[in-house]
Design a protein around this ligand. Structure first.
Ligand code: AMP
Ligand code: MN
Ligand code: MN
Length: 326
């Protein structure tokens, strides 16, 4: 982590009174963990942050301390806000369409996506830490800010969920050291795991079952894809956030290199999730279609032509796998 840059971020955060904190569309555990972890740290310092995520808080992460503070994305940046901070978000578009033309522009971006172009005034982008929550931990440590059990719980949840419970490739000694420190500051690993991994609703489970039944293996069983059709939601009663984690079921297949999940929206759009076991760089595939992410986990959104774009992405995956063999 660039110490001089991190210090500038700390100084800028210190100078605010009412910072507005934002994260990415379809927020995940790292997104909520970062919003709330940073909010607790700022509140300890007498600030009054506002927290925003698309759709507000989702039931799965309601156990996080302070979860009631999370609000939906407003129509305008509040005139009270004296700092515009974006966490865990790889592009300006992923903060949300209606925020694009907001003035003033983003002051601080804190993120770990390698594809992040740096769309803020200060951009603390640290791809070697596998969750933005881990970057926040290092920042608080450097600043000498108090890490309360509430802060530690939120950051640990972000770090745990973004590393697939400390299983993905980016999990290194530093990740585990950060996790250990967060436990010392009051995070409870088994309690957090209970909420993040062992609290699947029957609706979510039903959606998972319907989706897994669509599995198709190709490229000599080196790639596999799942499809979510719009009626799966009415059939299962699940919500859009309930798709999180389904793709990992495919990644677990022995010998597989790339897993993909295609979610068709009722208006013909398509959301794509890509996962690699490490040999194929799915970030470069996603980037070639205007998406992004990391080497082993990336995504794309197509506003239209879902079927056609699915075929194009599947072809790109086949080509990447063929290149491995040459
Ligand atoms: P997901 O498959 O939605 O869990 O996303 C996997 C990773 O790719 C996450 O780190 C996302 O932040 C990133 N990502 C997903 N969709 C997009 C997109 N449309 N543009 C850029 N990055 C994305
Ligand atoms: Mn995230
Ligand atoms: Mn993240």
């Amino acid at each position: 982590m660039d110490k001089a840059l991190a210090q500038k971020v700390i100084d800028r955060l210190n100078s605010a009174k009412s910072p507005a904190l934002f994260t990415h569309l379809r927020p995940d555990g790292d997104a909520f963990g970062c919003l709330l972890g940073l909010a607790h740290a700022l509140q300890e310092r007498g600030q009054s942050p506002t927290l925003h995520a698309e759709g507000g808080m989702i039931p799965m992460y309601k156990f996080l301390p302070g979860s009631e503070l999370v609000q939906d994305i407003p129509d305008q940046l509040s005139s009270q806000s004296d700092l515009f901070v974006v966490l865990d978000t790889s592009t300006r578009e992923r903060v949300g369409k209606k925020t694009i033309d907001w003035k003033p522009s983003v002051d601080i971006v804190i993120d770990h996506h390698i594809s992040n172009p740096g769309f803020g005034i200060l951009n603390l982008i640290v791809p070697e830490i596998p969750a933005t929550a881990g970057i926040l931990y290092r920042l608080f440590e450097m600043a000498g800010w108090k890490i309360s059990p509430a802060t530690a719980t939120c950051l640990y949840a972000g770090l745990s969920t973004d590393t697939g419970s400390f299983r993905y490739r980016g999990t290194d000694a530093q990740t585990l050291r950060i996790a250990a420190s967060l436990v010392e500051f009051g995070a409870d690993p088994s309690e957090i795991a209970k909420h993040c991994y062992l609290s699947v609703t029957p609706q979510r489970y039903h959606l998972k079952k319907l989706t897994i039944e669509t599995l198709s293996l190709k490229d000599d069983k080196k790639s596999g894809f799942l499809t979510i059709y719009p009626d799966f939601y009415s059939k299962s009663g699940a919500k859009s956030e309930d798709t999180e984690g389904i793709i990992e079921e495919v990644t677990s297949i022995q010998g597989l290199e790339v897993a993909s999940l295609f979610e068709f929206s009722p208006d013909g759009g398509l959301r794509v999730s890509l996962r690699s076991k490490g040999r194929v760089d799915v970030n470069s595939i996603a980037s070639s279609f205007g998406g992004g992410g990391h080497r082993a986990a990336a995504g794309i959104r197509f506003p239209k032509d879902g079927e056609k774009n699915r075929d194009l992405v599947l072809t790109a995956i086949s080509q990447a796998i063929a290149r491995l063999e040459n």
